[in-house]
Ligand binder design. Structure first.
Ligand code: PMP
Length: 365
Protein backbone atom coordinates (compact mmCIF):
# COMPACT_ATOMS: atom_id res chain seq x y z
CA UNK A 1 0.00 0.00 0.00
CA UNK A 2 1.60 3.30 -1.02
CA UNK A 3 1.54 5.98 1.68
CA UNK A 4 0.26 9.51 1.18
CA UNK A 5 3.86 10.72 1.12
CA UNK A 6 4.54 8.71 -2.04
CA UNK A 7 1.72 10.39 -3.99
CA UNK A 8 2.36 13.52 -6.07
CA UNK A 9 0.31 15.57 -3.58
CA UNK A 10 0.37 19.39 -3.69
CA UNK A 11 3.27 20.37 -1.39
CA UNK A 12 1.12 22.64 0.79
CA UNK A 13 -1.13 19.69 1.66
CA UNK A 14 1.73 17.48 2.85
CA UNK A 15 1.64 16.69 6.56
CA UNK A 16 -1.90 18.05 6.94
CA UNK A 17 -4.71 16.16 8.71
CA UNK A 18 -8.35 16.37 7.61
CA UNK A 19 -10.40 19.00 9.48
CA UNK A 20 -13.17 17.89 11.79
CA UNK A 21 -14.19 17.52 15.40
CA UNK A 22 -13.11 14.21 16.94
CA UNK A 23 -16.05 11.82 16.44
CA UNK A 24 -15.77 10.00 19.74
CA UNK A 25 -18.69 8.16 21.32
CA UNK A 26 -20.24 10.11 24.20
CA UNK A 27 -23.61 10.23 25.93
CA UNK A 28 -23.90 14.01 25.48
CA UNK A 29 -22.45 15.37 22.24
CA UNK A 30 -22.01 19.10 22.75
CA UNK A 31 -19.07 19.63 20.41
CA UNK A 32 -20.32 20.62 16.94
CA UNK A 33 -22.93 23.33 17.59
CA UNK A 34 -25.82 21.29 16.26
CA UNK A 35 -29.42 21.93 17.25
CA UNK A 36 -30.37 19.11 19.68
CA UNK A 37 -34.06 19.00 18.80
CA UNK A 38 -35.47 16.46 16.34
CA UNK A 39 -37.53 17.76 13.42
CA UNK A 40 -41.26 18.38 14.09
CA UNK A 41 -43.52 15.46 13.11
CA UNK A 42 -45.49 17.59 10.58
CA UNK A 43 -42.25 18.43 8.80
CA UNK A 44 -41.12 14.79 8.75
CA UNK A 45 -44.40 13.87 7.03
CA UNK A 46 -44.02 16.68 4.48
CA UNK A 47 -40.36 15.76 3.91
CA UNK A 48 -41.33 12.20 3.06
CA UNK A 49 -43.90 13.45 0.55
CA UNK A 50 -41.57 16.07 -0.95
CA UNK A 51 -38.69 13.60 -1.35
CA UNK A 52 -41.06 11.01 -2.83
CA UNK A 53 -42.27 13.56 -5.34
CA UNK A 54 -38.73 14.65 -6.25
CA UNK A 55 -37.69 11.01 -6.59
CA UNK A 56 -40.15 10.58 -9.47
CA UNK A 57 -37.83 12.78 -11.55
CA UNK A 58 -34.47 11.48 -10.37
CA UNK A 59 -33.68 10.38 -13.91
CA UNK A 60 -33.44 14.11 -14.74
CA UNK A 61 -30.82 16.59 -13.56
CA UNK A 62 -32.04 19.06 -10.92
CA UNK A 63 -32.86 22.72 -11.55
CA UNK A 64 -29.29 23.95 -12.00
CA UNK A 65 -30.17 27.43 -10.74
CA UNK A 66 -32.35 26.22 -7.82
CA UNK A 67 -34.75 29.07 -8.55
CA UNK A 68 -37.66 27.89 -6.37
CA UNK A 69 -35.37 27.26 -3.39
CA UNK A 70 -33.62 30.62 -3.79
CA UNK A 71 -37.04 32.29 -3.92
CA UNK A 72 -38.01 30.64 -0.61
CA UNK A 73 -34.67 31.56 0.99
CA UNK A 74 -35.04 35.18 -0.17
CA UNK A 75 -38.53 35.28 1.38
CA UNK A 76 -37.13 33.94 4.67
CA UNK A 77 -34.31 36.51 4.76
CA UNK A 78 -36.65 39.38 3.84
CA UNK A 79 -39.16 38.39 6.50
CA UNK A 80 -36.66 38.00 9.32
CA UNK A 81 -34.29 40.86 8.57
CA UNK A 82 -36.80 43.47 7.40
CA UNK A 83 -34.44 44.03 4.46
CA UNK A 84 -35.99 43.15 1.07
CA UNK A 85 -33.87 40.38 -0.48
CA UNK A 86 -34.61 39.30 -4.07
CA UNK A 87 -34.18 35.70 -5.29
CA UNK A 88 -31.47 36.95 -7.69
CA UNK A 89 -29.44 38.07 -4.66
CA UNK A 90 -29.46 34.59 -3.14
CA UNK A 91 -27.24 31.63 -3.90
CA UNK A 92 -27.28 28.16 -2.27
CA UNK A 93 -24.88 25.23 -2.05
CA UNK A 94 -24.14 22.09 -0.03
CA UNK A 95 -23.57 23.71 3.34
CA UNK A 96 -22.15 27.18 3.86
CA UNK A 97 -18.73 25.56 3.59
CA UNK A 98 -19.40 25.02 -0.11
CA UNK A 99 -20.74 28.57 -0.41
CA UNK A 100 -17.47 29.85 1.09
CA UNK A 101 -15.44 27.61 -1.21
CA UNK A 102 -17.24 28.98 -4.27
CA UNK A 103 -16.60 32.53 -3.05
CA UNK A 104 -12.88 31.76 -2.77
CA UNK A 105 -12.85 30.04 -6.17
CA UNK A 106 -14.36 33.16 -7.73
CA UNK A 107 -12.66 35.93 -5.75
CA UNK A 108 -9.55 34.24 -4.29
CA UNK A 109 -7.20 31.73 -5.90
CA UNK A 110 -3.54 31.67 -6.87
CA UNK A 111 -1.77 34.97 -6.28
CA UNK A 112 -4.67 36.31 -4.21
CA UNK A 113 -5.08 36.81 -0.48
CA UNK A 114 -7.79 36.26 2.13
CA UNK A 115 -7.74 37.79 5.60
CA UNK A 116 -9.78 36.87 8.67
CA UNK A 117 -9.71 37.89 12.32
CA UNK A 118 -8.59 34.95 14.42
CA UNK A 119 -9.47 33.04 16.50
CA UNK A 120 -12.37 32.35 14.17
CA UNK A 121 -13.86 29.56 12.09
CA UNK A 122 -10.92 27.36 11.17
CA UNK A 123 -12.39 26.36 7.82
CA UNK A 124 -11.80 29.90 6.48
CA UNK A 125 -8.01 29.41 6.27
CA UNK A 126 -8.42 25.76 5.24
CA UNK A 127 -10.76 26.54 2.31
CA UNK A 128 -8.44 29.42 1.39
CA UNK A 129 -5.54 26.95 1.27
CA UNK A 130 -7.57 24.47 -0.75
CA UNK A 131 -8.27 27.11 -3.39
CA UNK A 132 -4.65 28.30 -3.50
CA UNK A 133 -5.53 31.56 -1.77
CA UNK A 134 -2.85 32.94 0.58
CA UNK A 135 -4.22 33.31 4.12
CA UNK A 136 -3.34 36.22 6.42
CA UNK A 137 -4.30 36.15 10.09
CA UNK A 138 -5.83 39.41 11.26
CA UNK A 139 -6.13 39.94 14.97
CA UNK A 140 -8.74 40.38 17.66
CA UNK A 141 -8.36 42.02 21.04
CA UNK A 142 -7.62 39.78 24.05
CA UNK A 143 -11.37 39.78 24.80
CA UNK A 144 -11.99 38.43 21.25
CA UNK A 145 -13.73 41.59 19.99
CA UNK A 146 -12.54 43.26 16.78
CA UNK A 147 -10.91 46.66 17.17
CA UNK A 148 -12.36 48.56 14.17
CA UNK A 149 -9.39 50.91 13.83
CA UNK A 150 -6.82 48.10 14.05
CA UNK A 151 -8.86 45.92 11.67
CA UNK A 152 -9.15 48.59 9.00
CA UNK A 153 -5.42 49.31 9.33
CA UNK A 154 -4.65 45.61 8.79
CA UNK A 155 -7.00 45.46 5.80
CA UNK A 156 -5.39 48.56 4.24
CA UNK A 157 -1.95 47.13 4.89
CA UNK A 158 -2.59 43.63 3.44
CA UNK A 159 -5.04 44.72 0.72
CA UNK A 160 -6.78 41.30 0.68
CA UNK A 161 -9.07 40.13 -2.12
CA UNK A 162 -11.42 38.46 0.39
CA UNK A 163 -12.05 39.49 4.02
CA UNK A 164 -13.88 37.17 6.42
CA UNK A 165 -15.83 38.54 9.37
CA UNK A 166 -17.61 35.86 11.39
CA UNK A 167 -20.52 37.27 13.35
CA UNK A 168 -21.45 35.82 15.76
CA UNK A 169 -17.93 34.44 15.78
CA UNK A 170 -17.08 30.76 16.16
CA UNK A 171 -15.54 29.69 18.59
CA UNK A 172 -15.98 32.77 20.79
CA UNK A 173 -19.69 33.68 20.23
CA UNK A 174 -18.72 37.34 19.76
CA UNK A 175 -21.02 39.49 17.58
CA UNK A 176 -19.34 42.15 15.44
CA UNK A 177 -20.79 45.69 15.37
CA UNK A 178 -22.22 46.77 12.01
CA UNK A 179 -20.07 49.92 12.17
CA UNK A 180 -16.97 47.68 12.26
CA UNK A 181 -18.17 45.77 9.19
CA UNK A 182 -18.87 49.05 7.39
CA UNK A 183 -15.40 50.34 8.25
CA UNK A 184 -13.76 47.13 7.01
CA UNK A 185 -15.81 47.31 3.80
CA UNK A 186 -14.71 50.91 3.20
CA UNK A 187 -11.06 49.94 3.79
CA UNK A 188 -10.91 47.28 1.05
CA UNK A 189 -11.57 46.85 -2.65
CA UNK A 190 -12.02 43.10 -2.10
CA UNK A 191 -15.17 41.22 -1.17
CA UNK A 192 -16.21 41.17 2.49
CA UNK A 193 -17.83 37.92 3.61
CA UNK A 194 -19.86 38.15 6.80
CA UNK A 195 -20.26 34.54 7.95
CA UNK A 196 -23.56 34.59 9.86
CA UNK A 197 -23.93 30.84 10.44
CA UNK A 198 -25.22 31.56 13.97
CA UNK A 199 -27.21 34.75 13.26
CA UNK A 200 -30.55 33.39 14.46
CA UNK A 201 -29.16 32.88 17.99
CA UNK A 202 -28.06 36.50 18.43
CA UNK A 203 -29.33 38.33 21.46
CA UNK A 204 -32.09 40.82 20.68
CA UNK A 205 -30.82 44.06 19.28
CA UNK A 206 -27.95 42.43 17.35
CA UNK A 207 -28.76 43.31 13.73
CA UNK A 208 -27.75 41.21 10.73
CA UNK A 209 -25.28 42.51 8.15
CA UNK A 210 -28.11 41.92 5.63
CA UNK A 211 -29.17 45.47 6.48
CA UNK A 212 -25.83 46.69 5.06
CA UNK A 213 -26.32 45.11 1.61
CA UNK A 214 -27.94 48.06 -0.21
CA UNK A 215 -25.22 50.05 -1.96
CA UNK A 216 -22.44 47.59 -1.07
CA UNK A 217 -21.92 45.32 -4.11
CA UNK A 218 -18.84 43.64 -2.60
CA UNK A 219 -20.59 42.58 0.63
CA UNK A 220 -21.66 38.93 1.02
CA UNK A 221 -23.68 37.54 3.94
CA UNK A 222 -23.52 33.75 4.30
CA UNK A 223 -26.02 31.66 6.27
CA UNK A 224 -26.78 28.00 6.88
CA UNK A 225 -29.66 25.65 7.70
CA UNK A 226 -27.24 23.54 9.81
CA UNK A 227 -27.66 25.41 13.09
CA UNK A 228 -30.89 27.27 13.94
CA UNK A 229 -32.97 25.24 11.45
CA UNK A 230 -31.60 22.06 13.02
CA UNK A 231 -30.79 20.50 9.65
CA UNK A 232 -27.04 19.90 9.74
CA UNK A 233 -27.57 16.59 7.92
CA UNK A 234 -29.27 18.31 4.99
CA UNK A 235 -26.15 20.26 3.94
CA UNK A 236 -27.74 23.50 2.84
CA UNK A 237 -25.93 26.81 3.06
CA UNK A 238 -26.75 30.04 1.25
CA UNK A 239 -25.78 33.64 0.85
CA UNK A 240 -27.26 37.03 0.05
CA UNK A 241 -25.32 39.60 -1.95
CA UNK A 242 -25.56 41.79 -5.02
CA UNK A 243 -26.89 39.83 -8.04
CA UNK A 244 -23.49 40.39 -9.73
CA UNK A 245 -21.85 38.30 -6.97
CA UNK A 246 -24.33 35.51 -7.72
CA UNK A 247 -23.38 35.78 -11.42
CA UNK A 248 -19.71 35.46 -10.43
CA UNK A 249 -20.35 32.32 -8.38
CA UNK A 250 -22.11 30.68 -11.32
CA UNK A 251 -18.79 30.79 -13.15
CA UNK A 252 -17.22 28.38 -10.63
CA UNK A 253 -20.11 26.24 -9.34
CA UNK A 254 -20.28 22.71 -10.65
CA UNK A 255 -23.32 22.20 -12.86
CA UNK A 256 -26.18 20.62 -10.87
CA UNK A 257 -24.22 20.91 -7.60
CA UNK A 258 -27.41 20.94 -5.52
CA UNK A 259 -29.32 17.65 -5.88
CA UNK A 260 -33.05 17.69 -6.51
CA UNK A 261 -33.51 15.82 -3.20
CA UNK A 262 -31.61 18.54 -1.33
CA UNK A 263 -33.61 21.28 -3.01
CA UNK A 264 -36.91 19.54 -2.26
CA UNK A 265 -36.00 18.84 1.37
CA UNK A 266 -34.80 22.40 1.98
CA UNK A 267 -38.02 23.81 0.51
CA UNK A 268 -40.14 21.49 2.65
CA UNK A 269 -38.19 22.64 5.72
CA UNK A 270 -38.55 26.32 4.84
CA UNK A 271 -42.33 25.83 4.68
CA UNK A 272 -42.04 24.95 8.40
CA UNK A 273 -39.70 27.79 9.33
CA UNK A 274 -41.71 28.94 12.34
CA UNK A 275 -41.89 25.45 13.88
CA UNK A 276 -38.18 24.88 13.26
CA UNK A 277 -37.08 28.21 14.68
CA UNK A 278 -39.28 27.71 17.73
CA UNK A 279 -36.33 25.76 19.18
CA UNK A 280 -34.04 28.79 18.97
CA UNK A 281 -35.40 30.42 22.12
CA UNK A 282 -35.07 27.15 24.04
CA UNK A 283 -31.43 26.81 22.95
CA UNK A 284 -30.69 30.46 23.83
CA UNK A 285 -32.19 29.88 27.29
CA UNK A 286 -29.74 26.98 27.84
CA UNK A 287 -26.84 29.11 26.58
CA UNK A 288 -27.75 31.84 29.07
CA UNK A 289 -28.16 29.23 31.81
CA UNK A 290 -24.62 27.95 31.16
CA UNK A 291 -23.24 31.50 31.18
CA UNK A 292 -24.97 32.24 34.50
CA UNK A 293 -23.78 29.00 36.15
CA UNK A 294 -20.08 29.42 35.36
CA UNK A 295 -19.14 32.16 37.86
CA UNK A 296 -20.58 30.04 40.68
CA UNK A 297 -17.88 27.48 39.82
CA UNK A 298 -15.18 30.12 39.66
CA UNK A 299 -15.22 30.02 35.85
CA UNK A 300 -15.90 32.61 33.19
CA UNK A 301 -17.18 32.81 29.62
CA UNK A 302 -17.00 35.04 26.59
CA UNK A 303 -20.28 36.94 25.92
CA UNK A 304 -22.11 34.76 23.37
CA UNK A 305 -24.60 35.57 20.62
CA UNK A 306 -24.43 31.99 19.32
CA UNK A 307 -25.66 28.53 20.38
CA UNK A 308 -22.43 27.77 22.23
CA UNK A 309 -20.27 29.19 24.98
CA UNK A 310 -16.49 29.53 25.17
CA UNK A 311 -15.68 28.89 28.82
CA UNK A 312 -12.57 28.78 31.03
CA UNK A 313 -10.03 29.47 32.31
CA UNK A 314 -8.36 26.14 32.85
CA UNK A 315 -4.71 25.52 33.57
CA UNK A 316 -4.87 22.49 31.26
CA UNK A 317 -7.87 22.68 28.91
CA UNK A 318 -7.12 19.34 27.18
CA UNK A 319 -7.09 17.58 30.59
CA UNK A 320 -10.44 19.21 31.47
CA UNK A 321 -11.81 18.16 28.05
CA UNK A 322 -10.83 14.56 28.88
CA UNK A 323 -12.26 14.76 32.41
CA UNK A 324 -15.61 15.94 31.00
CA UNK A 325 -15.54 13.16 28.39
CA UNK A 326 -14.84 10.64 31.15
CA UNK A 327 -18.17 11.84 32.61
CA UNK A 328 -19.97 11.33 29.26
CA UNK A 329 -19.89 14.96 28.09
CA UNK A 330 -18.14 15.74 24.81
CA UNK A 331 -17.20 19.42 24.37
CA UNK A 332 -14.74 20.99 21.90
CA UNK A 333 -11.12 21.85 22.55
CA UNK A 334 -10.68 24.56 19.93
CA UNK A 335 -6.96 24.91 20.65
CA UNK A 336 -7.26 28.18 22.59
CA UNK A 337 -5.11 27.82 25.71
CA UNK A 338 -7.29 27.82 28.83
CA UNK A 339 -10.63 27.67 27.00
CA UNK A 340 -13.16 25.03 25.90
CA UNK A 341 -16.34 25.41 23.84
CA UNK A 342 -19.69 23.82 24.72
CA UNK A 343 -22.79 23.71 22.52
CA UNK A 344 -26.05 24.71 24.22
CA UNK A 345 -28.34 21.69 23.96
CA UNK A 346 -31.48 20.49 25.73
CA UNK A 347 -32.12 21.27 29.42
CA UNK A 348 -31.13 17.67 30.24
CA UNK A 349 -27.85 18.07 28.35
CA UNK A 350 -27.13 21.32 30.19
CA UNK A 351 -27.83 19.51 33.48
CA UNK A 352 -25.34 16.79 32.54
CA UNK A 353 -22.74 19.31 31.42
CA UNK A 354 -23.03 21.52 34.52
CA UNK A 355 -22.94 18.50 36.85
CA UNK A 356 -19.82 17.13 35.16
CA UNK A 357 -18.20 20.55 35.09
CA UNK A 358 -18.98 21.07 38.78
CA UNK A 359 -17.08 17.86 39.52
CA UNK A 360 -14.01 18.77 37.48
CA UNK A 361 -13.92 22.56 37.91
CA UNK A 362 -12.53 22.63 41.42
CA UNK A 363 -9.36 20.84 40.36
CA UNK A 364 -8.87 22.27 36.89
CA UNK A 365 -8.85 26.06 37.31
N1 PMP B 1 -19.44 29.05 9.32
C1 PMP B 1 -19.25 28.88 10.62
C2 PMP B 1 -18.85 30.08 11.45
C3 PMP B 1 -19.44 27.63 11.22
O1 PMP B 1 -19.23 27.48 12.53
C4 PMP B 1 -19.83 26.54 10.42
C5 PMP B 1 -20.08 25.15 10.98
N2 PMP B 1 -19.36 24.78 12.04
C6 PMP B 1 -19.99 26.76 9.06
C7 PMP B 1 -19.79 28.03 8.54
C8 PMP B 1 -20.30 25.66 8.10
O2 PMP B 1 -21.55 25.16 8.26
P1 PMP B 1 -22.29 24.30 7.16
O3 PMP B 1 -21.30 23.93 6.09
O4 PMP B 1 -22.84 23.14 7.90
O5 PMP B 1 -23.36 25.22 6.62
Amino acid sequence: MPSLDELPLRPELRGRSPYGAPQVPATHRLNTNENPYPLPAELLADLGAALGHAALELNRYPDRDAVALRTDLAAYLSRTSGEPVEPGQVWAANGSNEVLQQILQAFGGAGRTALGFTPSYSMHPIISGGTGTEWVDGHRRADFTIDAAAATAQVRDVSPDVVFVTSPNNPTGTAVALETIEAIYDATTGVVVVDEAYAEFARSGTPSALTLLPGRPRLIVSRTMSKAFGMAGLRLGYLAADPAVVDALQLVRLPYHLSSLTQAAARAALAHTDALLATVDAVKAQRDRIVAALPVMGLTSVPSDANFVLFGHFTDAPATWQALLDRGVLVRDVGLPGWLRVTAGTPAETDAFLTALGEVAATSR
